[in-house]
Design a protein around this ligand. Structure first.
Ligand code: KG4
Ligand code: ZN
Length: 342
């Protein structure tokens, strides 16, 4: 079964064709980064307008690269939530029209569940076989930071989540203040390669009690890193690489502390990562050095937003017989993601 997957939740206009939930026949990602770079952040109005202009061409390219016409598609999957509403609506409306006009089964899926699915795609995690359920999921992106127990492609229990900012957002904001470049995560990761991560002792949050045992917080770290900029400007006692490396180390150690605690408590020893921050080199190397844990990360081009993960996840719903009605609407947030997800 060949499923067309469409993703437009943020600043990537993406479409892919995936066969039987695993084999990627095409995966086209048109990034809007250059158009948002001047503003050092995603401008929702620009994003939705660009999606509107690009969506047809991106889907056409995905079909062409797969060597198919629309008649060769057996089902359509699209991100319906969470994300920026105006952007989501473009992909969702296009997908609905595509499915309706060709009388194809249609499913609207959750973008975060799709990030967890990414490493199941053929070749996504190197030679690693697809992870067996249950496992621990680590979802880290610009809008979410979630540690969860994953029992199935749609069976996720949130154990911990951020109580304020997302980890990717902290990377982006700190990079913005320091002028490291946009998007901030990759820029900080690169700069940190030559920095001394022990140069600054940035604060770790202290909220790991009771129901917050696996929760995360980034506002304190973000503020401390930004305040450091003033000292840096006035005294010039540090170099920017050291600040980037120290910030990155703390940001990732915050994630890892909760993740390791969850692994110990649940006795789950397989970790599956997803979302843009899963591309972080410090995170990957720290997890790779844990002998008792098996960590599976999608390859870099499948960490960020893409249509292949949407098509793959969509296939699982479609073969189960699930369909979304054509009046399905987009949701910016997933209401219950604090403790139960989806
Ligand atoms: O999943 P994604 O592409 O979009 C969202 O759903 O948010 O994630 C984007 C986030 C951004 O905050 C970006 O700065 C961050 O992922 N990111 C990274 C790295 N590459 C991208 N953060 C840390 N290190 C990286 N190498
Ligand atoms: Zn994402």
């Amino acid at each position: 079964m060949k499923v067309l997957g469409i993703e437009s939740s943020c600043d990537e206009c993406a479409a892919a064709v995936v066969e039987d939930g695993a084999r990627i026949l095409s995966n086209v990602v048109a990034t809007q980064i250059p158009f948002h770079a001047a503003y050092e952040g995603v401008v929702p109005e620009i994003a939705s307008r660009m999606h509107t202009e690009w969506i047809y061409g991106v889907v056409k390219e995905a079909l062409d690269q797969a060597g198919l016409t629309s008649g060769g598609i057996d089902g359509v999957a699209v991100t319906a939530r969470p994300g920026m509403l105006g952007s989501l609506l473009v992909g969702l409306s296009f997908a609905k029209a595509f499915a309706w006009s060709l009388n194809l089964p249609f499913i609207g899926v959750d973008h975060m569940l799709a990030h967890l699915y990414a490493s199941r795609l053929d070749g996504a995690a190197g030679d690693e076989p697809p992870p067996e359920y249950p496992f621990l999921g680590l979802l880290a992106s610009g809008g979410h930071s979630i540690i969860c127990r994953v029992d199935d492609f749609d069976g996720v229990t949130v154990l911990g989540t951020t109580i304020d900012d997302a980890v990717g957002e902290a990377f982006d904001k700190v990079a913005k203040y320091y002028g490291f470049g946009y998007p901030g995560g990759a820029a900080i990761d690169k700069l940190a390669q030559t920095g001394d991560a022990s140069a600054f002792a940035f604060p770790m949050p202290n909220l790991y009690k009771g129901e917050h045992r696996y929760d995360l917080s980034y506002s304190g770290l973000k503020t401390a890193a930004i305040n450091q900029l003033e000292q840096f400007r006035s005294k010039k006692t540090a170099n920017l690489e050291d600040i980037a490396a120290s910030f990155q180390k703390t940001a990732i150690e915050i994630l890892l502390r909760s993740l390791f605690r969850a692994a110990e408590d649940t006795k789950l020893t397989t970790i599956v990562g997803g979302g843009g921050v899963a591309a972080n080199s410090y995170l990957r190397s720290r997890l790779a050095e844990q002998p008792e844990l098996r960590s599976i990360f999608p390859r870099l081009d499948l960490c960020g937003d893409n249509g292949a993960m949407i098509a793959g996840l969509g296939y699982q719903y479609l073969i189960r017989g699930d369909r979304s009605p054509l009046n399905t609407t987009a949701s910016a947030r997933v209401r219950t993601f604090k403790r139960r997800y989806p």
